[in-house]
Ligand binder design. Structure first.
Ligand code: KIV
Length: 262
């Protein structure tokens, strides 16, 4: 899979599947899965480090996770998130960040929004860096929204998101993540623009879907937005497994003779 294949998939009507990943072990597993692409999301700050938002993800943190994922991903398409403000401090600073992430092993970068950093997107595209956009709920703007809220419910806001999607398409982005927008709006954008839309909380009309890996594995049952279907009861499975280990240790049945050295 490459950024070019995203466009091909849309033309051929094939849906795209993506998940987030932040570490080598899961990346190795994903390399053996049919998943089309991996996002090293800045959600790493929340999922891996327990932070309240993505704002604390630094370029260094993203590079560290991108390197680990790229080592395990076995050639799967890896997109790395440009962290908070890293693309709003001028063209040179933005290109430096993109360079760090691409040399860490990413095949593309993702950044939130478009207004005010059109030049960054254009220069990255011209420099051979595939760019993925991110519209709708942009988690790096959580404080401007006053919380994590569905975007595009009013006519004005829907038109704004649709306009930005067209702008990203025209600037040469290869795909757009649409997060937490009404199904009808996501469907309309998907029909209007040339490049694929990858939805998260944006309904079934998008060209593909992305979920945070730990959410789809049901590893965090305290956090359950309605779009984050757990495809596994991961938390229960892990807790049951730990209880079996604990029981075996305390009963003296682990380790066995075969699991010990002579
Ligand atoms: O950082 C992230 O996990 C993301 C997804 C929600 C798309 O941007």
């Amino acid at each position: 899979m490459s950024s070019k294949d995203f466009l091909r998939a849309k033309i051929e009507g094939r849906k795209l599947s993506m998940v987030t990943c932040y570490d080598y072990t899961f990346a190795r597993m994903l390399s053996r899965s049919p998943i089309d692409g991996i996002l090293v999301g800045d959600s790493a700050a929340m999922v891996m480090d327990g932070r309240p938002s993505t704002l604390s993800a630094s370029v260094e943190l993203m590079a560290l996770h991108t390197e680990a994922v790229a080592r395990g991903a076995g050639g799967k398409f890896v997109v790395a998130d440009m962290p908070f403000l890293s693309f709003r401090k001028g063209l040179a600073a933005a290109l430096n960040t993109a360079s760090v992430l691409m040399t860490a092993g990413a095949h593309a970068v993702k950044l939130e929004g478009v207004d005010g950093h059109e030049d960054v997107i254009q220069r990255m595209v011209q420099s051979g860096i595939p760019v993925m956009g991110h519209l709708g709920l942009q988690p790096q703007s959580v404080h401007a929204y006053g919380g994590y809220r569905v975007q595009g419910r009013s006519e004005d806001s829907a038109q704004e998101i649709a306009r930005q999607a067209t702008a990203l398409d025209e600037l040469g982005a290869f795909a757009i993540v649409l997060e937490c927008v009404p199904t009808d709006l996501a469907q309309e954008i998907t029909k209007t623009i040339r490049i694929p839309t990858i939805g998260i909380g944006a309904g079934a009309g998008c060209d593909g879907q992305i979920l945070v890996l730990q959410d789809l594995l049901g590893m965090n049952l305290d956090f359950r937005p309605k779009f984050a279907r757990p495809f596994l009861d991961g938390e229960r499975t892990v807790l049951d497994t730990l209880a079996r280990f604990d029981e075996a240790v305390k009963a003296g049945t682990f380790p066995s003779r075969e699991e010990s050295y002579s």
